[in-house]
Design a protein. Structure first.
Ligand SMILES: [Zn+2]
Lengths: 376, 340
């Protein structure tokens, strides 16, 4: 098993990265783009492992395992819970990037959300990328090439990840996770090419139940009361999901902090312990907020898949439904409404997503507004 | 001439005689009110700058004091530059520097103004007592402001702007702004600035600060839901003029419209207590909702909800002029009622 095995449906990108790891077309700055869930940061990690490994990514040596586990001293994964990456943060990264690698090969920095770089942060990175230290490799990840500054784009080598096909995803779930064919097929279809989501749907009953609840909403949105209730439910589900994802990590970080400060009981360190605790709580709040938004966004994607299916039924364009198992209800909904109406509803979902993610409208308000537009 | 008393409201005036100059002495500032303490520090700094426009200013936290920093302070400076050094939160100063501080304070450098700020309370009171015994230390002490003290503060504060704030007006102001000296000082400053030469009376204050931002937002939303369009627009302009932020207004609308919509959607025939719980309002609010609901149907409420969400995005950067976005929201909401 090599480091490339977890990159699902990315043959093209993998070939290019393997060549680079062997020294053909290697460069100091890379840009990984692809839709959410296509595995941008996983691809960057696999590439980083291949660069640190003596055999270009054997998957079994210390270098490979440590990189993939996020524990390699010369590979840093920069992720942010914040909406923008500030110039101070970027400068710090640039400074650390200049260090010599602890081991023998490269000093690698993976920036997970390069699309969140503030303009001045972009400029700070640009300098580092223009005049790279010989052992440093930058890997930037973003949804689309346009999401990073043109000047940065032109100085990086671009690796574009495709949305993996349902067959690729299902195959991966069966081989790697031993999921039954039927469940794998359902998860692959429902995830629409989002690997992490597909894995969660295939492996966790709770996730499947939550999804079922969301996709069964549309036919029930007939009254104002049902719409308000649906909006509130989505927010509740998102909160529950976000808390489930962060609880363990937050508890652990708090324990680590207690261990760190518990040993020294001097009054003066008590004060800095309090400050550290406050800072951690602040971080946790931010992370939870971002996870809630991510979860709301995911549910909007699920809802969108329902209306796309309705449109497929209404226009007879194609025969595959993402939500095949709900075909009877969706056909009924398609009969009750018009294709124009369906397009308006799809727009309403897009508008809500923009309000929440771009303009910080409270999710409940944006969802209420969306739900009443979905009514019918 | 350095007289910090002039910068403080008379009721909070220090109890000791002012020092002739903060240079070459130690100014001890004690009391829990940060605003008052900050003013003494600022006055000291200004006095030093007046004596020597090239003077340097340093601010440090008590927690960070070490023998080394004290040494720098006490050592005769090579360049003999004039300095104003303010130590905030003196109560956090580590025990090992107490002796050094007292030593320095007993024979301060003539070119240095040392200002020590202690936030009241018991911590570090041993150090305070030792410092107070020194003739070179001048204390400016203020008490915590409580109860009637806030209104008195506002009246005195107006006096420093050469304005007259009537006592009832001061009460109304405290009610509107709350018991926070900084907020009160800012409010008085705004009034004195906006109405120069006018007596600041109850009517004027009521009109200017009639409720906190969120309360204000609810009033506007109520007008709109009752269809009182022109009142809603007028109150909206007042609110925006007095600095109420657009997001406050949209948040108030969101929750007012949500309550009404939930009320409309709730099952009929519930007892009041259950209904209130279902709608998510205190029971006394039901009467208002019942009254408002007469002029609303589901379609109208849907229109209102859409208008509020899009206005919220607009005031947070999605649309051009926030004031325009809010006016449009008010109009859309109040016109979404069923015509009778
Ligand atoms: Zn390896």
């Amino acid at each position: 098993m090599t480091v490339w095995d977890s990159l699902v449906g990315q043959r093209h990108a993998v070939t290019a990265l393997q060549d680079a790891a062997r020294g053909q077309g290697m460069t100091h700055a890379w840009l990984f783009t692809g839709p959410p869930g296509s595995g941008r940061s996983n691809a960057a990690l696999a590439f980083a492992a291949a660069l640190q490994c003596g055999e270009q990514g054997c998957g079994g040596c210390d270098d490979c395992t440590e990189v993939l586990a996020g524990a390699h001293p010369d590979v840093t994964l920069r992720r942010t819970e914040k909406v923008i990456i500030t110039v101070d943060e970027a400068r710090r990264w640039v400074r650390d990037a200049g260090l010599m690698p602890v081991r023998h090969r490269w000093q690698i920095i993976i920036v997970e959300d390069a699309d969140r770089l503030h303009e001045r942060a972009n400029n700070a990175l640009l300098k580092a990328i223009e005049e790279p230290t010989p052992r440093t490799v930058w890997m930037l990840c973003a949804p689309q090439p346009e999401d990073v500054l043109a000047t940065i784009r032109s100085r990086t080598r671009h690796v574009s990840l495709a949305t993996p096909t349902a067959e690729d995803v299902a195959g991966f779930l069966v081989e790697r996770h031993g999921v039954s064919e039927e469940r794998a097929a359902h998860a692959a279809r429902a995830s629409q090419g989002h690997i992490g989501r597909a894995r969660a749907l295939a492996m966790e009953e709770e996730t499947r139940n939550r999804r079922r609840e969301v996709v069964s909403l549309p036919p029930r949105l007939t009254t104002l009361g049902a719409c308000l209730q649906a909006a509130a439910n989505i927010v509740d589900i998102a909160k529950a999901e976000a808390e489930a994802q962060t609880d363990a990590q937050h508890a652990k970080e708090l324990r680590d902090l207690e261990v760190l400060y518990g040993a020294d009981r001097k009054a003066r360190s008590l004060r800095s312990a309090k400050a550290a605790e406050r800072e951690l709580a602040e971080q946790h709040k931010l992370r939870l907020k971002r996870k809630v938004l991510d979860a709301v966004d995911r549910q909007l994607t699920e809802l969108l898949s329902v209306y796309r299916d309705v449109l497929v039924v209404q226009t007879g364009a194609g025969s595959h439904l993402v939500n095949e198992e709900q075909r009877p209800e969706l056909s009924e909904l398609a009969r009750r409404t018009t294709p124009e109406g369906t397009l308006h509803r799809i727009d309403a979902i897009g508008a809500a997503r923009e309000q929440i993610l771009e303009f910080n409208v409270p999710p409940l308000l944006a969802l209420e507004s969306m739900m009443v537009a979905l009514r019918g | 001439m350095w007289n910090p008393d002039a910068t403080m409201a008379p009721r909070q005036a220090p109890r000791s005689a002012p020092a002739p100059s903060p240079l070459g002495s130690v100014t001890l500032v004690t009391g829990p009110e940060e605003l008052l303490n900050d003013r003494v520090v600022r006055a000291a700094r200004n006095a030093v700058l007046k004596a020597d426009p090239e003077a340097e200013s340093h601010d440090t936290a008590g927690e960070q004091l070490t023998m080394a920093t004290l040494g720098e302070l006490a050592a005769p400076s090579l360049f003999s530059s004039t300095r104003c050094v303010a130590v905030h939160r003196l109560e956090d100063a580590p025990d090992e520097v107490h002796d050094g501080l007292v030593d320095y304070a007993s024979s301060p450098d003539p070119d240095v103004a040392l200002v020590l700020v202690h936030s009241g309370g018991q911590r570090g009171s041993g150090l305070l007592n030792r410092l107070r015994k020194l003739p070179t230390v001048h204390e400016h002490k203020s008490e915590a402001v409580k109860g009637r003290g806030f209104a008195q503060f506002a009246v005195d504060e107006a006096g420093t702007h050469r304005a007259v704030l009537e006592p009832e007006a001061a009460d109304a102001l405290v009610e509107a702004v709350g018991g926070d000296l900084r907020a009160l000082a800012a409010a008085v400053d705004q009034l004195a600035h906006d109405f120069p030469g006018r007596r600041l009376d109850l009517d004027l204050v009521r009109r200017y600060f009639s409720g906190r931002a969120d309360v204000k937002g609810f009033e506007i939303a109520d007008h709109a839901l009752y269809g009182r369009t022109s009142q809603a627009l007028e109150e909206l302009r007042w609110a925006l003029d007095t600095g109420v932020g657009g997001p406050y207004v949209t948040a108030s609308f969101a929750s007012a419209v949500r309550q009404l919509a939930r009320y409309k959607a709730a099952a009929r025939g519930l007892r009041d207590a259950d209904l209130a719980r279902e709608v998510g309002v205190p029971p006394w609010k039901l009467r208002t909702l019942r009254d408002q609901a007469k002029a609303w149907d589901e379609q109208g409420l849907a229109t209102a909800i859409r208008a509020v969400a899009s206005a919220d995005a607009d005031v947070k950067g999605a649309g051009g002029d926030p004031a325009y976005a809010l006016e449009r929201m008010v109009l859309t909401v109040s016109r979404a009622r069923v015509e009778r």
